[in-house]
Design a protein around this ligand. Structure first.
Ligand SMILES: Nc1ncnc2c1ncn2[C@@H]1O[C@H](COP(=O)(O)OP(=O)(O)OP(=O)(O)O)[C@@H](O)[C@H]1O
Ligand SMILES: [Mn+2]
Length: 535
């Protein structure tokens, strides 16, 4: 903005300096107008600087520690320059006035925008804000800086509603965090100083469990707060309330929970705000992203470079959809599938589960008989017929108009080394290929286990049921441990299996997979459809 830098451009102590940002200003260059916010530690004014509208943050400095903090914040601000951060334009770092000058952001902070103005951003606006903030935080983290106060009230919106992260009052270099956390939590066991003043009321709801447990902050604590904030942006609901009350009423003290109860529930009970709903037309991967961000274990949270990458992919995809003028609602699902399958460059979007191996493992685990006894079926087979089939087999699969193949099959001629026993199966996957992949291995495994005790018909029935039950159990435990994203919570499949024991053919099916026998050019249906038995 063409401000003159007066030499020497340092603070009074000489510890802060900058090439381009003036650190002391002639009194005639600025005028403080009305206060816009009074925080615990500072007053923010609307002001003019060389005729231009700015925001001035004037910290309340009553102790030498607070003065030290001013210099610390100033040193930090001099080093930062990113479009996603509130732009620091000047400072006055000499007594009696200590002030930070920032570009003025006219569309309020995000908390006021949401809860006072009751702004409902579109999905694209949320994605844009999330992506921009993630990049700003990625920038900070890359420089070893942890913000420690990420929340909607510290996100300022410009006239285009682009976000700018503000308030570096609590920011720290990663390497100092241990010492600072210890200092803060020492003595009474309560945080002291600015940290206490600033955090124990309004910000508690954005604090990661490790901070509430008085463990050490890390950059992953910012990821947690980011997840909570983005969910708030999507739902329009202040965390842990279902009210859209006035902005000032948003403290934990005014909620049903006391501070202690809330802390305990977040830390031990895994309590989180109510997740935004898919009905908003959101891409499902955003919900999974939020959940990963607020995971109780900091190690499971993604980094901001992962987050920025994922959000950019989502935005890019939505842009291309718009260009293609496709129905957006329909396409989200396709997008998520793509995201899951595009393993390259993408950091684990969700743990990739090898359902085929899982199916094999589950059926083996259930096996008690060391050796297959399916040959018992041959002993009980009726040999009165002298017909012996000559077998040939093959397979062809196509996924039709789908982007990914969800069907599987198996061919097991001479099953388990029995010359006269053969088995074939087809599984038509629904809502993903998980159930089909699992069943293609589990079903023949279970069938083999049943060979010694059960007739082929009963064994088939029982193997279908065991496959179904085992898959459901596996899926349940994965859901509980959040290892599958919500979108993948309901996979299923229909199935058909043909078992040939010497000269007899047994066919079993679940759902609408069909087997047709062709005799003399005529089709004979070997399966019936009972819809209620579909997986
Ligand atoms: N550059 C700016 N443009 C417009 N408004 C601003 C600007 N900077 C701050 N504000 C307003 O002042 C409020 C407080 O600013 P900031 O968070 O930097 O100060 P603080 O004293 O640390 O506040 P708190 O203690 O409440 O977190 C912001 O929420 C915003 O409403
Ligand atoms: Mn603030």
């Amino acid at each position: 903005m063409g401000l003159k830098v007066l030499e020497p451009n340092t603070c009074i102590r000489g510890c802060c300096s900058s090439q381009s940002i003036p650190l002391h200003l002639p009194p005639s260059s600025y005028t403080l107008l009305s206060p816009i916010a009074r925080g615990a530690e500072s007053v923010v004014y609307e002001a003019t600087l060389d005729g231009r509208k700015v925001a001035v943050k004037k910290p309340i400095l009553s102790t030498s520690e607070e003065l030290d903090n001013f210099h610390k914040e100033l040193q930090l601000l001099c080093k930062l320059d990113h479009p996603g951060l509130a732009k620091f334009v000047a400072a006055h770092a000499k007594p009696p006035n200590y002030m930070f000058f920032f570009e003025f952001y006219e569309s309020r902070n995000l908390a006021e925008k949401l809860h006072v103005e009751e702004w409902s951003p579109s999905v694209d606006q949320v994605l844009m804000i999330a992506a921009q903030l993630a990049k700003a935080l990625q920038y900070l983290h890359n420089r070893g800086i942890v913000h420690r106060d990420v929340k909607p009230a510290n996100v300022l919106l410009d006239r285009n509603l682009c976000p700018h992260l503000a308030d570096f009052g609590l920011a720290e270099y990663r390497e100092n965090l241990k010492e600072i956390s210890l200092k803060n939590w020492r003595s009474s066991g309560k945080p002291t100083g600015g940290f206490h003043k600033k955090n124990m009321v309004g910000t508690l709801i954005y604090m990661a469990p490790e901070i509430l447990k008085k463990e050490i902050h890390s950059e992953k604590s910012d990821v947690y707060s980011f997840g909570i904030s983005i969910n708030e942006l999507l739902t329009g609901v202040v965390p842990y309330t279902d009210l859209r009350a006035e902005a000032q009423a948003h403290t934990v003290l005014e909620m049903n929970y006391t501070e202690q109860q809330l802390t305990a529930a977040v830390v031990s009970g895994g309590l989180r705000p109510i997740l935004a709903s898919l009905e908003l037309g959101l891409p499902a991967c955003i919900l999974s992203l939020i959940q990963r961000c607020w995971d109780g274990n900091p190690h499971n949270r993604p980094s901001f470079s992962d987050i920025a990458l994922e959000l950019d992919l989502v935005l890019e995809h939505r842009k291309s959809l718009k260009e293609e003028d496709l129905c957006a609602g329909k396409s989200y699902v396709t997008y998520d599938d793509k995201l899951i399958n595009s393993g390259n460059n993408m950091h684990t979007y969700h743990e990739s589960i090898n359902w085929t191996a899982q199916g094999e493992h589950s059926s083996k685990k259930a096996s008690h008989a060391a050796e297959s006894d399916v040959k018992l079926w041959l002993e009980s087979a009726n040999d009165a017929l002298t017909y012996y089939p000559v077998l040939s087999w093959g397979s062809f699969a196509t996924c039709g108009r789908r982007e990914t193949m969800e069907d599987t099959h198996f061919l097991m001629p001479h099953m388990y080394n029995q010359k006269e026993i053969h088995m074939f199966g087809i599984f038509d996957g629904h809502r993903g290929s998980a159930a089909a992949e699992f069943s293609a291995r589990a079903l023949p495994g279970f069938l083999q286990n049943l060979g010694s005790t059960t007739r082929p018909t009963d064994a088939l029935l029982e193997a279908f049921i065991r496959t179904d039950v085992t898959f459901r159990n596996e899926l349940d435990s994965l859901r509980k441990s959040k290892r599958v994203v919500q979108k993948d919570w309901h996979p299923g499949c229909t199935a058909i299996a043909a078992l040939i024991v010497r000269n007899r053919l047994f066919v079993a099916n679940a759902g609408d997979c069909r087997a047709i026998l062709c005799r003399g050019g005529h089709p004979f249906a070997l399966s019936r459809v009972r819809q209620e038995f579909w997986l």
